[in-house]
Write a protein that binds this ligand. Structure first.
Ligand SMILES: [Fe+2]
Length: 442
């Protein structure tokens, strides 16, 4: 039966092939140009949640329309079990800004919902009062250090629609209750390419409207690098509404967000690093949260060849050590590398990948562009990978942080647990006993 089945399939596929060839000759397929594929319309698109303020009482949303929408509005209510929330919905007027991209002109609209109740599910929609998005739900953070999970992605950067989309969607299926997505820089390849940003928003799709994002700037979010006139993508600030609690000169690229017992510190490893160092010290010194996770793009301990960042390491690692930063989440090297036990050596610098401070350093990649691991450097990490697209699910519950790296195909690739100790660094427990030897350093 099996053989017969295959034979039928083969003959059918020959038939379809012949028909397709005929159609192709008469009407060859035409590539849809970017200006068409990413054309704004009166209907809101690129809807994305971010935070500009306290996640317990605020939520920001940003979206795009064509220029026909002179004003933007958001409506919000506490979510109910049926549609009756609509009667309670409150309307908020958006800040609307015209924007000219390399493909088209559009309007970006943003609203920051404020005065929300903590740990509460809300429902909102955005539009121009006639053309609305669907009603979309989100939940505010708790004031308490309730357990939660988040997803961290290394660089998406290339072929974002065709190759990165499966990673973000697999992550969503793997951790559907993730409280946010953290993107550690190089979300796209060309800073001002509207088509590439369009692909990034298409990949996350409607999930971006219900799961907030914490975006980090990578070198590919900067333009004019070769001319020495580096500026952040013209899309960055219009499309992401982010905290203004960083240094003045680096607004919305350097910031801190406290979420249920964890301080997330976002740095910008592309420019004005010295300005950030003083701010970083203050931010770490006055931190009431139990856990501290720092994220930026260029890794302090590189995974790939000839990509060392000694100046960054000299500036920031002493502060990570002094204030016992728990984890550092990075990208840029298009490979995977995660430091481990006390005493693992960084062969290039002679310093430790994880030292007495207990900080765990991770470099990861979620998109399809791959670099080989630096051959001498494998020894400095507990777990490395090349040619592997990954996402990470990180869960914090009281004194315990559980970390898992999963491949694009959904296989668990790395896992460990950090446990707070009364005095001294966190205790790191390796959770992957089944690691293939070829990828593991003893
Ligand atoms: Fe990069």
């Amino acid at each position: 039966m099996m053989v017969k089945g295959i034979a039928v399939l083969v003959s059918m596929s020959v038939g379809w092939g012949a028909a397709a060839a005929w159609a192709h000759d008469d009407h060859p397929p035409k590539k849809v140009i970017d200006a068409e594929a990413h054309r704004p319309t009166p209907l809101p698109d690129r809807i994305i949640l971010t935070w500009a303020g306290d996640p317990t009482t605020t939520q920001a949303v940003t979206w795009r329309t064509d220029t026909s929408a002179a004003a933007g509005y958001a409506e919000i209510a506490i979510a109910t079990d049926g549609p009756e929330f609509v009667k309670q919905a409150v309307r908020v007027t958006a800040t609307t800004s015209p924007f000219k991209s390399d493909l088209s002109e559009c309007h970006y609209h943003s609203v920051e919902f404020t005065g929300l109740s903590p740990a509460t599910k809300y429902v909102y929609r955005v539009g121009d009062s006639v053309n609305w998005s669907e009603w979309i739900q989100f939940t505010t953070a708790s004031r308490d250090a309730e357990p939660f999970s988040f997803v961290y992605f290394g660089d998406a950067q290339n072929e974002v629609r065709s190759h990165w989309s499966r990673v973000v969607r697999e992550a969503f299926r793997d951790a559907p209750r993730t409280r946010f997505f953290l993107h550690a820089g190089d979300l796209i390849n060309h800073a001002n390419s509207d088509g590439e940003w369009g692909e990034w928003f298409q990949a996350g799709g409607w999930a971006n409207g219900m799961i907030p994002s914490i975006p980090v700037t990578g070198n590919h979010e900067y333009t004019g690098r070769l001319l020495g006139k580096s500026t952040v993508s013209n899309h960055w600030r219009p499309q992401f509404t982010l905290p203004a609690n960083g240094p003045e000169a680096l607004q919305e690229t350097v910031y801190a967000i406290d979420f249920q017992g964890v301080r997330f510190v976002v740095l910008n490893s592309n420019e004005k690093q010295d300005v950030q160092t003083a701010w970083l010290k203050e931010t770490l010194a006055h931190n009431p949260q139990k856990w501290t996770i720092v994220t930026f793009h260029h890794p302090l301990f590189s995974a790939a060849k000839n990509r060392d960042n000694p100046l960054l390491r000299e500036a920031w690692k002493p502060l990570f050590d002094e204030y016992h930063v728990d984890m550092v989440l990075q990208g840029h090297d298009h490979a995977y590398a995660r430091s481990g036990l006390v005493g693992t050596q960084n062969t290039e610098t002679g310093t430790s990948g994880q030292d007495a401070s207990g900080t765990v350093y991770v470099v990861s990649v979620s998109g399809p562009k791959m670099y080989p691991l630096g051959p001498a450097k494998n020894a400095e990490f507990v777990r490395v990978a090349e040619d592997t697209q990954l996402f990470q699910v990180i869960s914090i519950d009281g004194d315990t942080l559980r970390y898992q790296a999963k491949t694009a195909a959904g296989k668990r690739y790395d896992a460990f647990t950090l446990t707070k100790s009364a005095d001294g660094p966190n205790v790191l427990t390796e959770d992957m006993v089944e690691m293939p030897a070829r990828m593991r350093n003893p």
